[in-house]
Design a protein around this ligand. Structure first.
Ligand SMILES: [Zn+2]
Length: 336
C-alpha cells in the first residue's frame, strides 16, 4: 500500500514523536481534490498520484485518509475536482457538489473558461451548492502552459458572477517564474482590486516552493485584503518562515493537496529551484532509483516544515490554531 498513513508503523512513530503534540484538535484542510470513478473516461490514462496510478479518490477514500493521517483529530476540508482537460468536468463537479455536506466538506466548482458558459456557471453558483470556483491553467488550452495568463483562466464574465456573490477562487497561478513573475503579480493585484468581494486563495503560496521565489515577491501583495495564502505542498521551513513573518497572519490557511499529499515524497530546494523526490518515477520528480531512502508522506513533511517554521518564528498555539482551523473557518463563514 503506497498511501503513507499511521497504518504504517514508521508513520505512526513520526506522528507520535513529532506531530501529535503540535497538530491542534481541529484541522481544516483548505485544498483537497476529490473525483469519482466516472470522472476519468475509460480510454484515459489513470491519474498519477505522485507516480501511483489511481482512477478515483472519493469521499470514502478521503475520510479514511483523514482518519489515518490525523488520529483523534476533528478534520474538515475544502474540496474540488481534478482539473484536467481530458476528464469529465460536469461529472466531477456533480459528484463533489452531491457528496459535500457543507458541514465537514465544503465544495468548490471546477471552472473551465472554454466549455463553461455564463449560464452554466451562474446556474451552479445560484444553486448555492458551491462556495466558489477552481480554475486551472490547463483549461486555457495553450500549447505552452508557461504562456497562460491569469485573466485567461478567469475571464471577466466569470469573475463578475463570483464577485457578485462574494465567493472563493482557488487560484493556482501560471507561468514559469510563478510568484516572482511580474505579469502574474500585476494581474493578481488587478484581479483582487477589480473584484473586491471575491476571496482569492493563492494556492501553494503562489507555487513558491523555494525561498528565492517568495522572498521580496510576497511583499508586493500584502495590501490586498481579499487575498489568502494556502500552504498546500509547501514543506520548506525557510519558505514557511518567510510566509509566517511577512504574510497577514489571519489569512494563512493550512492546506495539503490530497490525494497527492498522502503519497510518499518530499519537495527539496536545490540552487534556487525545487524538485520533488519520490520513491517511484513521476513526471514531476526525481526518483530514488537506488532505493536509498525511507519516505513518509508529503503531508507529514509539510507538517514538520510548519512546525519548524513556527518554532523559528517563536509563534504560539494561538497562531497554530488560527492557521490550522480558525482562519479557514472564518473565511468559509463569511462566504456562506
Ligand atoms: Zn491541487
Amino acid at each position: 500500500m503506497w498511501r503513507e498513513t499511521t497504518k504504517h508503523e514508521r508513520n505512526l512513530r513520526i506522528w507520535e514523536e513529532e506531530l501529535d503534540d503540535f497538530v491542534p484538535a481541529k484541522v481544516l484542510d483548505f485544498h483537497v481534490h476529490l473525483f469519482n470513478g466516472a470522472t476519468i473516461p475509460p480510454d484515459c490514462e489513470a491519474y498519477s498520484c505522485a507516480g501511483h496510478p489511481i482512477r478515483s479518490y472519493d469521499l470514502d477514500a478521503l475520510s479514511q485518509d483523514l482518519a489515518e493521517l490525523y488520529p483523534e483529530r476533528d478534520v474538515s476540508a475544502v474540496v474540488f475536482g481534478l482539473p484536467h482537460v481530458e476528464y469529465n468536468l460536469p461529472v466531477n463537479n456533480a459528484y463533489v457538489g452531491d457528496v459535500c455536506d457543507k458541514k465537514r466538506f465544503f465544495p468548490l466548482r471546477l471552472f473551465d473558461p472554454v466549455i463553461d458558459t455564463p449560464e452554466s456557471l451562474d446556474a451552479d453558483l445560484a444553486s448555492g451548492r458551491f462556495l466558489g470556483i477552481k480554475p486551472y491553467l490547463n483549461y486555457v488550452r495553450k500549447p505552452d502552459l508557461n504562456e497562460v495568463q491569469i485573466p485567461e483562466m478567469l475571464p471577466d464574465w466569470a469573475m463578475e458572477l463570483v464577485d457578485a456573490r462574494g465567493l472563493l477562487v482557488m487560484l493556482h497561478i501560471p507561468r514559469k517564474e510563478r510568484l516572482a513573475d511580474p505579469l502574474n503579480q500585476k494581474q493578481l493585484v488587478d484581479l483582487c482590486r477589480a473584484y473586491p468581494r471575491a476571496r482569492i486563495v493563492l494556492a501553494h503560496v503562489g507555487r513558491a516552493y523555494f525561498l528565492k521565489n517568495v522572498r521580496g515577491t510576497l511583499d508586493n501583495l500584502l495590501e490586498l485584503p481579499n487575498l489568502y495564502y494556502d500552504l498546500a505542498m509547501v514543506s520548506n521551513p525557510e519558505v514557511l518562515e518567510y510566509v509566517f513573518r511577512v504574510a497577514p497572519r489571519e489569512r494563512i490557511l493550512y492546506a495539503t493537496d490530497l490525494p497527492i499529499a498522502v503519497a510518499p515524497g518530499k519537495s527539496v530546494e536545490i540552487n534556487n529551484q525545487y524538485t520533488y523526490v519520490t520513491p517511484v518515477p513521476w513526471t514531476l520528480s526525481i526518483s530514488d532509483d537506488h532505493g536509498k531512502l525511507v519516505f513518509t508522506s508529503f503531508l507529514y513533511e509539510e507538517l514538520r516544515g510548519i512546525r519548524k517554521a513556527v518554532e523559528r518564528c517563536g509563534l504560539g498555539s494561538d497562531f497554530v490554531d488560527a492557521v490550522f482551523y480558525d482562519n479557514g473557518r472564518r473565511l468559509l463563514d463569511a462566504v456562506r
